[in-house]
Write a protein that binds this ligand. Structure first.
Ligand code: GRF
Length: 199
């Protein structure tokens, strides 16, 4: 069985989709840990309800990115985590963890990368920029995490048409619905390919 950790900072609706997909058996893995960078993240409530171990590590409590990532790495290794899923996690991971978990850290982004990604491109800002640019199609992307923001290899994407005159909030809600379908599919794919290689 593949051990999964999900890193969150907010509502955790993608975490919920992953929990449900593991529980139903669609994703052949088990979420062993939910790690939040924020104390009041609703994702922590979701973890508790699902009976999953959770912990909160705030970057501000560490001297820097390196020290923060070392602590995270120590915690995930202790629990034999195979795959890390970032689901609305707003802190940057240090190179130590990216190196150790190369091609085993996934992230979901609410646009069609490589467009509308990079530092500071998160939340409603992404959808506002998509609308401002007059895009007819947006969507979401699950990709592997590398040393930079939103630049790692794409695993799966789903397109979502932008409606005429639509507000960023409306587009965000429709993209989010697709995120909840895409993330479990992409995670399933990664786990299945990983276990084929290990055979
Ligand atoms: C999602 O839109 C995701 O694409 C982005 O952050 C948001 C997290 O939402 N990375 P939630 O916490 O999963 O509801």
């Amino acid at each position: 069985m593949t051990n999964i950790a999900v890193f969150v900072s907010g509502s955790g609706s993608n975490l919920q989709a992953l929990i449900d997909s593991c529980n139903s058996g669609f994703v052949p893995g088990e979420i062993k840990l939910v790690l939040s960078s924020k104390k009041n993240a609703y994702a922590l409530v979701r973890a508790k309800k699902a009976g999953i171990e959770s912990l909160c590590l705030r970057p501000a409590d560490f001297s820097g990115e390196q020290e923060y990532s070392e602590e995270i790495l120590r915690r995930v290794k202790k629990r034999n985590i195979d795959i890390i899923c970032l689901a609305g996690f707003l802190s940057k991971l240090g190179n130590n963890i990216v190196n150790e978990y190369r091609n085993r850290i996934l992230n979901i982004h609410p646009a069609l990368l490589p467009k509308f990604g990079g530092k500071g491109m998160y939340g409603m800002r992404v959808h506002r920029e998509v609308i401002k640019a007059g895009e007819k199609i947006s969507g979401c992307t699950v990709h592997f995490v590398d040393e930079n923001y939103d630049t790692g290899p794409v695993i799966m994407q789903k397109k979502v048409p932008v409606k005429k005159g639509e507000k960023a909030e409306e587009l965000a809600a429709r993209v989010l619905e697709e995120e909840h379908r895409l993330y479990p599919k992409a995670l399933k794919k990664v786990i299945e390919e990983k276990s084929k290689k290990e055979r």
